[in-house]
Design a binder for this molecule. Structure first.
Ligand SMILES: [Zn+2]
Length: 95
């Protein structure tokens, strides 16, 4: 983790905003719109300040849209987990 990343994390902590890891965990619910409004706002504020998470959410949204075009009625938990790992890895590669 870079020093810059550490500073950003510390800043988010002070502002009472979720960390990048938390934003990644919220990604699915965030895109589904199923977070409570205060969490939703906190994630949005984080996204405004954090390019890494913007990219992560964009990649996540794209993948989710792709999955929907296959019209899988439901993602089985194992697949969802693999997809998530894949996205985290992809997001990490670009840092
Ligand atoms: Zn972030």
């Amino acid at each position: 983790m870079s020093i810059k990343h550490k500073m950003i994390r510390a800043m988010f902590g002070l502002m009472g905003l979720p960390t990048c890891e938390e934003v990644e965990q919220f990604a699915y619910d965030f895109l589904e719109g199923s977070l409570d409004s205060s969490t939703m706002k906190a994630v949005e504020r984080h996204l405004k300040a954090c390019k890494n998470c913007q990219r992560f959410i964009a990649a996540y949204r794209k993948t989710a849209a792709l999955v929907k075009t296959f019209q899988r009625p439901m993602l089985d938990p194992e697949f969802k987990e693999k997809l998530f790992e894949f996205l985290v890895q992809k997001a990490g590669e670009r840092v």
